[in-house]
Design a protein around this ligand. Structure first.
Ligand code: CP
Ligand code: NVA
Length: 341
């Protein structure tokens, strides 16, 4: 290819896209982060070590140029506060930049194919965070894109959230050792949704006890349960599904809940409110857990529905620390998946 009479290499022909250095995928890791199944237990601990280092490093600091010259796209089909802003701020703090691409503002909304969009964006960007509905659609993006694709939430799972949640649990418990989760019990009460699914998968990887208290009609995904139980057999984790929230909460180190009506389920709201009412995270339920237990919620929360204000804003709640940790853990993810140029 020539430009103004000079012969210049076309990086596109060799499929490298615009970057000078190929993405440094984590050793033994996958191109994409679509679910917790894409990371091993040792990679999780490696991410936590990087996140801890980044959290402790004043800004601007040595990490301020790690992703210099790199651009992250955020292609979102659903609203977001934390995921969007923490990825955007994280990218800036690492010297790169982020582009927010709401799906209704790009040609995708006028019928351009997913495949064409993924291939074109791969020529401009160094990574893509996608928030969408079906996991299969996220997987299709990842198949077409030649750059790393990171799950920013699907109907099935929310892996970045679960990683930040486990990091928060480690921080609160004060142990970053490889056996930090052994003997810990995380109880999740409410809807067996995307957040619950990723917590189950992550807990199984790190050897934790995970108890889910949910109604029979709102159980976690059977495929995720099956692969997590297999994983648990190797790591010493236990995955328990019960329908009595008090049984789930018994002696827990952490009590977690999420909204009863996730994005895209608004048409089911009335029946969900009814079925999930006995699963509210309130002070009575918190008393079933250990006195030192923490209360977690991925946010946004509905005070008076899935969680009471007394718990969410109470002394055992660590929800703001949890939300902040999205930033630190995702910065670690970006350095691992987008690489350091
Ligand atoms: N917890 C979470 O993912 O929040 P947002 O929907 O605001 O991104
Ligand atoms: N389960 C919620 C999580 C929001 C962060 C949803 O999918 O809407």
């Amino acid at each position: 290819m020539t430009l103004l009479g000079h012969s210049i290499p076309d990086p596109g022909i060799v499929g490298d896209g615009p970057r000078a250095v190929p993405p440094a995928t984590p050793a033994g890791g996958t191109k994409d982060l679509l679910a917790i199944s894409d990371v091993s237990c040792s990679q999780i601990f490696r991410l936590f070590r990087i996140a801890r280092e980044l959290k402790a490093t004043p800004r601007p600091g040595p990490a301020s140029q790690w992703l210099s010259g790199l651009t992250l796209g955020l292609l979102f089909e659903k609203p977001s506060t934390r995921t969007r802003v923490s990825f955007e701020a994280g990218m800036h703090q690492l010297g790169g930049q982020a582009l927010f691409l709401p799906s209704d503002t790009i040609q995708l909304s006028r019928g351009e194919s997913l495949g064409d969009t993924a291939l074109v964006l791969s020529r401009y960007l160094d990574g893509l965070v996608i928030r969408t509905f079906e996991q299969a659609k996220l997987e299709e993006w990842a198949r077409h894109a030649t750059i790393p694709v990171i799950n920013g939430l699907t109907d099935l799972c929310h892996p970045c959230q679960a990683l930040a949640d486990l990091f928060t649990l480690m921080e609160v418990k004060g142990s970053f050792a490889d056996d930090a989760f052994e003997g810990l019990k995380l109880a999740y009460v409410g809807d067996g949704n995307n957040v619950a699914n990723s917590l189950i998968e992550a807990g199984a990887k790190v050897g934790m006890h995970v108890a889910i208290g949910c109604p029979p009609q709102y159980q976690p995904d059977p495929g995720i349960l099956e692969r997590s139980r297999e994983e648990a057999g190797r790591t010493g984790a236990t995955i328990e599904i019960v329908h009595d929230p008090a049984v789930a909460a018994e002696n827990a180190d952490a009590l977690y809940t999420d909204v009863w009506t996730s994005m895209g389920q608004e048409y089911e709201q009335i029946e969900r409110l009814k079925a999930l009412a006995p699963y509210q995270l309130n002070e009575r339920l918190l008393h079933r857990a250990k006195p030192t237990a923490i209360a977690l919620h991925c946010l946004p929360a509905h005070r008076g529905e899935e969680i009471t204000a007394a718990v969410l804003d109470g002394p055992q709640s660590v929800v703001l620390q949890q939300a902040e940790n999205r930033l630190h853990v995702q910065k670690a993810i970006l350095t691992e998946w987008l690489g350091r140029p």
